[in-house]
Design a protein. Sequence first.
Length: 543
Amino acid sequence: MIKLVYAFLLFFPSLAVGSGSETSDTLGMFQVLKVDTALVAPVVLGNDTLFSVQAAVKGFSAERRAGSISRRIMEILAESGVPLDSIVVVESEVSSDIVVGDQFLLAVFDIDASLRGTTRLELAQQYVAAIRAGVERHREDRSKATLLKGIIFSAAATVLLVLLLRLLTWAQRRLENALGIRVRGIAIQNYEIIKADWLKAAIRLTSRLVKWVLVVMLLYMYLEFVLRRFVWTRPFADSLIDLALQPLIIIGSSARAYLPNFFFLVVLFFLTRYLLKFLRIIFLEIEKGNMALPGFDADWAMPTFKIVRVLIVAFAVVVAFPYIPGSNSPAFQGVSIFLGVLFSLGSTSAVANIVAGVILTYMRSFKVGEIVKIQETVGLVVSRGLLVTRIRTPKNVEVTIPNATVLGAHVINYSVQAKTGNLILPTSVTIGYDAPWRQVHALLLMAADKTEDVLKDPKPFVLQSSLGDFYVNYELNVYVGRPERMPAIYSDLHQNIQDTFNEYGVQIMSPNYMMDRAKPTLVPKDQWYEPPAKKPGVPGPEM
């Protein structure tokens, strides 16, 4: 019969357990049938561990026994006003039962006592003492007086924390101000080794570091004190130091394991750094002309060094990547891919400008300091980078042009030919057919001869560019050596052309006209300096 009951309960253990309660008779039967020793299972009340159950009976593991006991203690004793002295031990044939009045709490078996090396009754009495002490603590921790006391202490601790934090801030400022006034630099004779500003900055940094260390300590003590005032937050107070130290322990162990990779990165860093320094010295010597490479222009030295530097740094980053902490993690790889996609999508124009800048460098179409015309912009090249070229116009306006635009436009360089005196500046006038063309040529050359910054050798020359319906188009070409003065040269040249033609009575036919005037449109020489113009040598602005 016993074997049949045992087999039935093996397949339907829930019927044996019922609602989770255990009776003395049932556990006694299981004790007779089979007993196992298992892991220790604690019996808890709130956050306290009262005692532990080690014996496991078939159908009732130690964990299930401990859970059932904990639940009955909470339901019967924790929240009610049951007297603690009503918790007693009742002896039976197979167990010592702990009861409260007529309500059953738990049963202590011989196997429980043998595992603890004591008698069944002594173990049951120990359990009773533990239950009474635990229930008393449970009720005391949740009493109104304890809660009110915790609130008052917490409020007082909060006020004290605020006062201490303000005191720390005040003391830090006073200390910085006092030391800042007295601090002087360290000098030997007239040479200042350590500046006063450096010492003041070090004092400020140290004072703030000390302040934040003290703030962290105060916050830790405050949190631990407040959390221990209430039973619900007490476990957090117990684990607060672990929460604070665990990250440091993890960081320390990770740093120790990472040391070989760290030394590899340090060696790679210094090798790359000194290789770049060595290459910089070589390219600087090429730029200065102290070293020469066949077919390699000195102006290419530093741009080439910048390109080589980018390639070397990129290679070093590729080599160092597997040794960077977290480089093999999916998160790091995902972020790297995301940044790469963003860079690819957002840097199309930037990459185009960089490529154009490199091409322009080796095309040698212009240099910094030369006068050029790019599209409609004429001016002095101020700087030329990988992305943009900056030009300062004669109006003293700086224009920034993307290198991709420069590469796609035609570039006129005035400075290249000006260095040899072969830069030609043309200007045109239209003169009627009634004026002898030889006279016009002579007048234009005379005006050119009077103009400052126009070279005498090579000599200026005149071309008749077209024969119009009403006039002949004469083009005067002059040689100059200072392209940066083109606006002033043109202005002086045009002034001299007007004066010369007026002096000799030759009418300039621009703009077009429909009929001959009653008298030529000329300005006689005696009217050249009509007020407010002043003749040369006469006080006042000269014209």
